[in-house]
Design a protein around this ligand. Structure first.
Ligand SMILES: [Zn+2]
Length: 469
């Protein structure tokens, strides 16, 4: 008979295999939509484990689905594997130093994310195989989380149809379940076209695209007063139209990122920003072309599924497999990041706070923390079409910021591998519960329908927009 203990032991016995894969993906460090080696490594590993592989899904070369088993329930586990630009960093040291100047690096730990999810799928496959139970496990190989919104394209093309639940996790510096939403966003380029002219001899013949960008930004800054206070507007001028002040700029581009708690709020703000752009074009006698870039929906955490992940994560914690080497790396990393004393003094679990102070490592569960900041994630779109839940595990010294050289430096450490293993175990045990007890899935689905309350998913990316390679 297979029990939860069997699954835990199985994953422990294969930690070396999984760590090797994660370390290789760390080394590949491939950017969004270019994760060819990482995607191939994960999919061929799954193929060797008897998973059926469907490549090129949603028309994306590096997106794939690995499936094992038959019938319902269909359990989906999401894996990411893209790196961040300019984040190259040597591993295992506590000072900034790139491996290759200007090269990408795994600043968000997606090497661990993809591999931990793969490990969970393999454990669940073992369970299905040994018991002969009905049920399907699917690994979703999701490219381009970092700005490419890979999952949104996968949702749009129907990859998640027929999936009963989706689980995922994220490497972090603490063990937390994700109970809050994330922000929905839209991103678009506003390309202004004017007429160039000599700025002193014939300025009256010129129409400045740069003036239009500046006026658009002024308009957007006035708009802030009249949108909900939880919304965020960010912009970057990506083309100033040149460096010569004596030429009227004939072209200029500004990239806008608009965020709000709900997709419908983002849609409203986006439409108003578009009108401001048209106003700026009218004022300057220029033309504006609006180029939608990308967008994601807000995350809707499925509460019963989140609770199931929490129960199983707590079963595995605390971790006590850290070596002196792990502690010494964690402590020296801690010296390079802002102090987390205020956070520790607020922790209810005083024993855990003490452990973190002594070792620099969060080895236990952090209760009652809401939110993981006000970022956005393309997991949000999956959560609109399938009941979804996610959590984080401790893969780096406590307090290590994401997208930092410190995160990259710890990406191949034993601490990172332990966090990845904890994530795999948590998802495998939760799938075990779902397969064993149909009542759990029933509650998850009821909660999903209640949360949607009849609202239909609207893909934030228009149908004519394809992935930006
Ligand atoms: Zn990430």
């Amino acid at each position: 008979m297979i029990t939860k203990e069997t699954l835990i032991k199985f994953l422990d016995s294969r930690v070396k295999d999984f760590s090797k894969i994660s370390d290789k993906i760390w080394e590949f460090a491939e950017l969004q939509f270019k994760e060819e080696k990482s995607s191939e490594l994960l999919s061929s590993f799954l193929a060797n484990e008897d998973f059926t592989i469907e490549k090129n899904v949603a028309g994306i070369k590096t997106a794939f689905i690995g499936s094992y088993g038959s019938g319902n329930p269909v359990i989906g586990i999401l894996g990411e594997f893209d790196a961040l630009s300019n984040m190259s960093q040597k591993s295992g040291i506590a000072c900034k130093g790139s491996l290759v100047d200007g090269a990408p690096g795994h600043g968000c730990g997606h090497n661990l994310l993809g591999t931990g999810s793969l490990a969970a799928c393999i454990a669940i496959k073992e369970y299905l195989k040994e018991t002969g139970m009905k049920g399907t496990i699917k690994f979703f190989g999701c490219p381009a989380e970092e700005g490419g919104a890979g999952k949104v394209f996968m949702v749009r093309s129907g990859c998640f149809e027929g999936v009963d639940v989706a689980m995922t996790w994220h490497p972090a510096s603490q063990n937390i379940v994700w109970k809050d939403s994330s922000l929905a966003n839209n991103q678009a380029y506003f390309n202004f076209k004017g007429i160039s002219s000599h700025a002193a001899a014939s300025p009256h013949l010129g129409r400045s695209a740069l003036d239009a960008v500046e006026l658009m930004n002024v308009g957007a800054n006035y708009l802030r007063e009249h949108i909900i206070s939880d919304a965020r507007l960010h912009y970057a001028v990506t083309n100033t139209g040149g460096t010569a002040p004596n030429i009227v700029q004939a072209e200029a581009t500004v990239l806008y990122l608009m965020r709000a708690p709900q997709s419908n709020q983002v849609r409203d703000i986006y439409n108003r920003v578009c009108k401001i752009a048209q106003g700026a074009a009218l004022m300057t006698g220029t033309k504006v072309e609006i180029e939608f870039n990308t967008g994601v929906s807000e995350f809707k955490p499925n509460i019963p599924l989140t609770g199931l992940l929490e129960k199983n994560l707590k079963r595995i914690l605390p971790i006590d497999g850290y070596t002196n080497e792990d502690i010494s790396l964690a402590k020296s990393i801690t010296d390079t990041i802002p102090s987390i004393d205020t956070f520790l003094s607020r922790l209810e679990d005083k024993k855990l706070a003490e452990h973190i102070r002594e070792t620099g490592i969060c080895n236990g569960f952090i209760e009652n923390i809401t939110g993981l900041g006000s970022g956005s994630t393309d997991v949000g779109d999956v959560s609109w079409v399938v009941p979804t839940a996610q959590f984080t595990t401790s893969c780096a010294a406590c307090g290590t910021p994401m997208h930092s050289w410190q995160f990259v430096a710890q990406g191949k450490s034993n601490l990172a591998h332990q966090g990845m293993l904890t994530a795999a175990k948590t998802m495998a045990l939760s799938a075990f519960d779902i397969l064993q007890n149909p009542q759990i899935l029933k509650e998850i689905k009821e909660s999903f329908e209640n949360d949607l309350n009849g609202e239909k998913y609207i893909c934030p990316i228009p149908p004519e927009i394809s992935p930006k390679y």
